[in-house]
Design a protein around this ligand. Structure first.
Ligand code: NAD
Length: 260
């Protein structure tokens, strides 16, 4: 059980981050939610987690492109809960375009949200973990942290970077009872992927169902989307004592994608 521990999950108002927040709360951890979205909707999620699991849930709206807001989120969370024991770097965005047409603002935003934010959160949270002599850092990378596809240069650069940073953090914390691992999902049917399905349908002039079958799930040998709950369960496992010697790894949950 993660009772008495606190998990901060960036980008947890939707999709994978929300699923991981739910799994952490179900395991007994207090959670700090973060992400964009409708205030009333987010408050409903926060209250729901508290009611369903008897834990405390906090929300902080830090924009992951703003280092000072990220520091404020970590400081306030540590102020309320005493420490952030579990840090899940999950916030991320995507933009699909050939590199010679890639908008510079999109490139910068992807590197800031998908990579730099994990540096700022980790920097802010590690001292507290070291002081307590226990910690877990989980970076939500991607199959695209291990292999590439065309038209996703910024995302793939950021995710490969996150995988590299994961290894370094693991080495630097190896004797502190802290582990740092990356989870590398294949396609998960979240709003991020639903938007890509819409875009691809337009580009290829295909119905969305055909985009899913012929394009999205082509690299995924199981031909099934990865479930948010599966990523939540793996995250909770990485927080267990059984996983205390798993550090510096990048764990694909990709239906066989990177086995090819
Ligand atoms: P999503 O769009 O459902 O959720 C993204 C979350 O990040 C949301 O809570 C959003 O509010 C938040 N966010 C976006 N910009 C932000 C900002 N500037 N500041 C703070 N929060 C911000 O997407 P998802 O599919 O759940 O993706 C979550 C993570 O998983 C991302 O890092 C993504 O790259 C990764 N991932 C997703 C898939 C997939 O197939 N969906 C596959 C591999 C990896």
């Amino acid at each position: 059980s993660l009772a008495g521990k606190t998990a901060l999950i960036t980008g947890s108002t939707s999709g994978i981050g929300l699923g991981i927040a739910q799994a952490m709360a179900a395991a007994g951890a207090n959670v700090v939610l973060n992400g964009l979205g409708d205030t009333a909707e987010i408050e409903k999620i926060r209250l729901g987690l508290e009611k369903d699991h008897g834990i405390r849930a906090l929300y902080h709206g830090a924009d992951m492109t703003k280092p000072e807001q990220i520091r404020d989120m970590c400081e306030k969370s540590i102020g309320v809960f005493g420490a952030i024991d579990i840090l899940v770097n999950n916030a991320g965005i995507q933009h699909v375009s050939p590199i010679d047409e890639f908008p510079e603002d999109k490139w910068n935003a992807i590197i800031a949200i998908n990579l730099n934010s994990a540096f700022h959160t980790t920097k802010a949270c590690l001292p507290g973990m070291k002081k307590k002599g226990w910690g877990r850092v989980i970076n939500i990378a991607s199959a695209h942290g291990l292999v590439a596809s065309p038209f996703k240069s910024a995302y793939i650069a950021a995710k490969h970077g996150l995988v590299g940073m994961t290894k370094t953090i693991a080495l630097e914390t190896a004797t502190d009872n802290i582990t740092c691992n990356a989870i590398c999902p294949g396609y998960v049917l979240t709003p991020l992927v639903q938007n890509q399905i819409k875009d691809q349908a337009k580009v290829h002039n295909l119905p969305e169902s055909e985009v899913v079958e012929k394009i999205m799930l082509t690299p995924q040998p199981t031909k099934k989307f990865v479930e948010v709950e599966q990523l939540g369960a793996l995250s909770v496992f990485l927080c267990s004592d059984a996983a205390s010697n798993i550090t510096g790894t990048s764990l694909p949950v990709d239906g066989g994608w990177t086995a090819r």
